[in-house]
Design a binder for this molecule. Structure first.
Ligand code: ANZ
Ligand code: ZN
Length: 839
């Protein structure tokens, strides 16, 4: 037929690919290997446009690599544990497992409709025991290697619901369901020793030359290596040389003469000791602990302080006493849980000093003359030391070195390298996660579950009627015998952070034996992932945890690589216009109509609608476009093509009706070309050059993940073919065009390939080669001058003879007009560049 019908073709080829197992990766293949991976989705319900864009990019690369002759691993799975399933359980009274598995079924079908070249035989879901059981065994490996430990740490506690909250569940300092102000509470929790690898993770960034610079920089800042000074303050009135009273860490020893107070965390032992004796201290500490535990919460919360009445001695001046305050902005698990405050040069200290009327003393200035400049706001930058005795006149870094030197010489402190990176707290007091494979015995303490008892399977019979972790309330699951001494013991009810699940799924994709997490030799055939594609929102945590986990496995000899992702690409978002009613409600595009006068109105009421900004598609702004009806209407290839065409992949892509229609028109254009009669004679040199240039350009663009450029090159080629007269060259160009569009529009390519009587599937065809000799420009622009002045230009075939160039130039109307019928005195020709007529 003269129209390509995606409703028929899409299913037909999806079925053929599945039957032929076209995209099943063979670990034993002798071909070179290529591992293309997109970040696996959370099964939230339905596929959204962001997924479609992300997976289309990966798919183009995967199909391209296959055509280039690689054995390609391009798998898909589900990051299936996590909070939303539990929220659904509480709100809709459906079991998290049921909800999750239904979503997976829906989303799998949606992905299959888009025709992604995925190896579905390797599909995995992290919520299934055949995945998380292996994770439990890896956890035990790390435990045996000393990389797992238990520590008291603060969690967000909802005092009304009596439950631990995740950071996302704390909204403006309040519990998301109860609305009660959240408190910080100490709990014993499991940690992974990521800090052991801080330096190595930092150094490794230097090797990742196929990662975006911004992501490497974000990781570098997150690891946050800094050089500083650690020292002890002695309490006034105690004997010198005694125990360390208050230990502090500072990255700014150069500001030591600007100190005006010492602040300790509300959880600092000194505070707790005082609280035991003085009720007003206890009361303050309780108040200071209110509010969430996330850095952002602590940063923005109002500064609260309590003057303990204690004083410490300045380390460089025994006559100088500093008051000791308890302050809510000092974190217990950072540095030493105490600091000296320098209001003039630290934002938090400044705010604190203003509130509690503490001295603000400038000790850094732009120049030595700035010593008396008033301090109107904190000046955290470096400069020249002032008002600092022996440090005066030194640049900040020299002053820092000088103070560290003196401290070490006199023995009151030492230089220390510090990392901002904290150990990774992996305990979650939640049901829907990987059970931590540990049993608590009164005699033996925490004991790892023996391997032959893995997986520790989540019980299905749980209730979400009450707040908190249903595992805690389970009548039988929690009761076990101690694996060591046999006494009655209690099962650990914390589950693992879902970031653990995503820290090794790419290894399990590469190798998935039944009886262990992966086979080292097989996994190493594929790893590291050649190209990883996903959202920049994962720039820090997921990517850092995966890098850590891989290193931890490397240290214990489970795998021979340290960096899991060789290439990383972070794609832009899909955006869309927003619509707002006059009374400030966001409206769905469906709820908006165009009135006769062209104005936007609410469909139901006819009242005016304001066109809002173009923003990331989101449920809250109601500006999402569901891919499913678009697929129904335009077919998979038009959707895929649009995702590739309009913007550079790292930038945002604005969804538009005209964009998808343009893509759909191109699909039909290619189809019409494919139906052109074959078997023509004759050679078309110009078209041949265009064809070879397109082969080179498309390949190079896909190689560099510049999909929009590959699309542009294909539009050009299609136009050139449309304009060309029938010839053998044109037949060849059409055939090649199909090969070049195959990664982006695979259903169309297959259907057209078959319609032209080609043998086999295009999915199995090879990427075409180009002739380098045909890439050079065949046309040149020649400048035409009269007496050295530019008068006109002309296009001509490269290599035009001097004589022909002269004839063509003299025939130009502008030249004839200038010469006014006269004959030129002389004509100078520089071949392919210039004709100068001397009149
Ligand atoms: C004195 C000082 C003067 C500081 C100044 C800063 C600026 P980074 O750079 O992120 O490693 N600090 C130390 N322990 C803390 C804790 N437990 N909670 C909150 N803040 C703490 O941060 C190190 C700086 O953060 C330290 O240097 C300390 O304040 C503060 F002009 O000491 B500074
Ligand atoms: Zn025991």
């Amino acid at each position: 037929t003269d129209r390509f019908d995606p409703a028929v073709a899409d299913r037909r080829w999806q079925k053929r690919w599945a039957e032929a197992r076209s995209f099943q990766a063979d670990s034993n293949s002798a071909k070179p290997k290529s591992y293309v991976l997109e970040m696996f989705p959370y099964p939230s319900g339905r596929i959204h446009m962001g997924h479609v864009r992300n997976y289309t990019m990966g798919d183009v690369l995967a199909r391209f690599r296959r055509m280039q002759g690689y054995e390609v691993l391009h798998p898909m799975g589900w990051d299936a544990f996590g909070m939303p399933a539990e929220n659904a359980a509480m709100e809709k009274k459906v079991h998290p497992g049921t909800w999750t598995r239904q979503n997976i079924a829906t989303m799998r079908e949606q992905l299959q409709r888009i025709g992604f070249a995925l190896d579905w035989s390797r599909e995995l879901a992290t919520c299934e025991p055949n995945y998380y059981g292996h994770e439990q065994s890896l956890f035990l490996d790390l435990m045996e290697a000393g990389l797992v430990f238990r520590k008291e740490s603060e969690v967000n506690w909802d005092p009304v619901d009596m439950t631990v909250l995740a950071n996302e569940q704390v909204i403006d300092g309040k519990g998301w369901r109860s609305g009660a102000p959240v408190e910080r509470k100490k709990l014993s929790q499991w940690f992974l020793k990521i800090t052991d690898f801080a330096e190595d993770l930092l150094e490794g960034l230097g090797t990742l030359d196929q990662w975006p610079d911004k992501v490497r920089l974000m990781q570098q800042n997150w690891i946050g290596k800094s050089r500083g000074l650690q020292f002890c303050f002695r309490l006034a009135g105690t004997a010198p040389g005694g125990a360390c009273d208050i230990e502090v860490f500072t990255t700014r020893p150069d500001t030591i003469f600007g100190a005006s107070f010492v602040a300790i965390s509300p959880s600092h032992p000194i505070g707790e000791a005082l609280a035991a004796e003085r009720p007003e201290v206890a009361e303050f500490i309780a108040r200071a602990r209110a509010g969430g535990t996330s850095a952002a919460e602590i940063e923005t919360a109002e500064k609260l302080g309590f003057d303990t009445g204690l004083e410490v001695l300045h380390p460089l001046d025994p006559d100088w006493r500093l008051p000791v305050w308890i302050a809510n902005f000092v974190l217990m698990d950072y540095g030493t849980g105490a600091l000296f405050g320098v209001p003039a040069h630290d934002v938090r200290d400044f705010e604190f000093a203003k509130k509690y009327h503490l001295p603000i003393r400038r000790v850094v200035a732009d120049s030595p003359r700035g010593a008396d400049e008033p301090v109107v706001e904190a000046e955290p930058g470096a400069g020249i030391a002032v008002n600092s005795r022996f440090l005066d006149g030194l640049a900040s870094d020299q002053a820092t070195a000088e103070v560290i030197k003196r401290a070490e010489a006199a023995g009151w402190g030492e230089g220390k390298t510090q990392y901002r990176l904290r150990d990774w707290g992996v305990s979650r007091q939640r049901y829907w996660g990987t059970p931590i494979p540990v049993v608590h015995c009164e005699e033996c303490g925490p004991v790892g579950v023996p391997r032959d008892q893995l997986p520790v399977v989540l019980p299905e019979d749980v209730s979400f009627e009450l707040p908190g972790n249903p595992l805690d309330r389970h009548p039988t699951w929690t009761t076990v015998d101690c694996p060591k001494c046999g006494a009655a013991a209690r099962r650990e009810t914390d589950t693992l952070d879902t970031f653990v699940d995503s820290s090794w799924y790419f290894i399990r994709f590469a190798s998935q034996p039944d009886n262990r997490p992966f086979d080292r030799a097989e996994a190493e055939k594929w790893l590291p992932v050649g190209q990883y594609i996903g959202g920049v929102e994962h720039a820090i945590l997921h990517l850092l945890y995966a890098r850590f986990w891989t290193r931890a496995l490397e240290r214990i000899g489970k795998i021979g690589i340290k960096e899991p992702f060789k290439g990383l690409f972070t794609q832009g978002m899909v955006t869309h216009e927003t619509y707002e009613s006059l009374d400030g409600r966001w409206l769905n595009p469906d709820e908006v109509a165009v009135a006769e006068n062209g104005a936007l109105v609410e469909r139901a009421t006819g009242t005016a609608v304001r066109l809002g900004r173009v923003e990331k598609m989101s449920k809250s702004k109601k500006n999402t476009v569901d891919p499913e009806p678009i697929l129904d209407r335009y077919g998979a290839d038009a959707v895929r093509w649009f995702m590739l065409s309009d913007s550079p992949p790292e930038r945002d892509l604005e969804w538009s009706e005209s964009g998808i229609e343009g893509a759909a028109r191109f699909v039909q254009r290619v189809w019409r070309l494919a139906l052109a009669p074959k078997g023509n004679d004759g050679h078309d040199a110009a078209l041949l050059r265009k064809l070879h240039r397109a082969i080179a350009a498309v390949g190079e663009a896909i190689e560099g993940l510049q999909f929009n450029k590959s699309v542009a090159a294909l539009y050009e080629l299609a136009s050139a073919i449309e304009k060309a007269k029938p010839s053998a060259t044109r037949d060849e160009a059409i055939r090649t065009l199909l090969l070049l569009i195959a990664p982006g529009a695979p259903h169309l390519a297959e259907e057209a390939w078959a319609a032209r009587g080609e043998t086999g599937m295009i999915a199995d065809a090879s990427w075409p080669a180009f002739e380098p000799g045909l890439l050079v420009d065949d046309e040149v622009t020649i400048a035409v001058q009269i007496n050295g002045k530019l008068r006109d230009t002309m296009t001509a075939a490269r290599g035009l003879s001097r004589e022909d160039a002269e004839v063509l130039a003299l025939a130009l109307p502008k030249v004839q007009a200038q010469l006014g019928g006269g004959t030129p005195r002389k004509v100078i020709v520089v071949p392919d560049r210039l004709v100068n007529i001397v009149a």
